[in-house]
Design a protein around this ligand. Structure first.
Ligand SMILES: Cc1ncc(COP(=O)(O)O)c(C=O)c1O
Length: 342
């Protein structure tokens, strides 16, 4: 179904889930909704954790399931942060990190990123310097990072994890653009203090079913116990997630289209006066726009039923973050922004 108003402000995937997910709903045996899933009796959390364990080549007890990645991030904070303890986060990051730290009276400390020619970059020496100074209990790294869109290279990730062994490290991979599983097993094997968090919300277009999952190093037993559930998870959501995991070609095709459209955005917005567009590894792009036009451009787009995110944060306040929508939606947004400057 196409809707007139186009929301490209929350990094959802407007292509929608794979056809196999619709089949699950059409053919669902609704009588089963009356019963708990009995996976716990088999010593596993659910069908989905079992499936993910096989995909990632890890034991099932290394997989956590949650009500979206946000639920797992919050559980990690509730386990390992507390009054006066420190959470270290990127200076440009998802606002939610600091919010959940404040909920347990924890403190947030930030590490800077550098801004390269056409992308944001993690700055390893700066991360180490802040780490040594602040001695945080928990570190959040997001790769690709929201809202800057940059990732850590595998080599940088390995190097920095080696330096952060005294803390719990959460690698938020909500925006991993694809189904890569390979490196995660090695990472959690060599870093017992590491939690790698993923979601079905973004790439798999299942934000509404609220499924997140994580792969954990063996040192995080407190979190494993804390997040344990005895009566199972949402059976239908698990089946939908598995149907999505079974549809890699569908999602690969969408990723291809999104990559093409990111290039279109870089090109079209990069030509506009006062714009600076940052290359992104996620399903959104970030662009700096002339501050004087922020309010007017927002109103101009909203009058055309186009909603993108106008950033309003201390370090990013003349920036827009645009979710990559369908090709038709992206064309509309690019046309509208360029027509504003005609
Ligand atoms: C960086 C990041 N991590 C995690 C999430 C949460 O995703 P969900 O709770 O839908 O799995 C978001 C949502 O926008 C996000 O931006």
């Amino acid at each position: 179904m196409t809707r007139k108003t186009i929301f490209l402000d929350r990094n959802e995937n407007n292509y929608g889930p794979a056809p196999a997910c619709y089949d699950i709903l059409r053919k669902a045996d609704l009588s089963r909704l009356s019963w708990y899933d009995r996976s716990f009796n088999r010593g596993i959390k659910g069908l989905l954790s079992d499936r993910l364990a096989r995909d990632f080549g890890v034991a099932e007890d290394r997989v956590l399931l949650g009500y979206g990645a946000e639920h797992i991030l919050k559980q990690a904070i509730q386990c390992y942060l507390g009054k006066g303890k420190k959470l270290m986060v990127p200076a440009y990051s998802w606002w939610y990190y600091k919010k959940i730290a404040s909920e347990v009276d924890g403190l947030s400390v930030e590490f800077p990123m550098t801004v390269g020619k056409d992308r944001f970059l993690y700055d390893l020496p700066a991360m180490r310097e802040v780490y040594e100074r602040e001695r945080p209990s928990v570190v959040f790294i997001s790769s690709p990072n929201n809202p800057t869109g940059n990732s850590l290279t595998a080599a940088d990730l390995e190097a920095i994890l080696g330096d952060f062994r005294e803390s719990v490290v959460v690698l938020d991979e909500a925006y991993v653009y694809g189904t890569t599983t390979g490196y995660v097993k090695d990472l959690i094997e060599s870093n017992p203090n590491l939690l790698v968090v993923r979601t079905m919300s973004k790439y798999y277009a299942l934000a509404g079913v609220r499924i997140g999952f994580a792969l954990m190093g063996k040192g995080l037993t407190h979190l494993a116990k804390f997040s344990n559930r005895y009566l199972g998870y949402n059976r239908l959501s698990e089946e939908l997630a598995i149907a999505a995991l079974d549809s890699p070609e569908y999602y690969r095709e969408i990723a291809g289209k999104m990559n093409e459209d990111k290039e279109r955005y870089y090109e079209a917005l990069g030509r506009l006066p006062g714009f600076r567009v940052f290359r992104s590894d996620a399903n959104f792009i970030l662009a700096e726009i002339p501050p004087a036009q922020k309010v007017e451009l927002k109103a101009y787009l909203e009058a055309r039923d186009l909603f993108i995110k106008f950033m309003d944060e201390a370090l990013l306040n003349s920036h827009v973050r645009i979710t990559i929508g369908t090709q038709e939606e992206n064309r509309r947004v690019i046309d509208a922004i360029t027509s504003y400057y005609d």
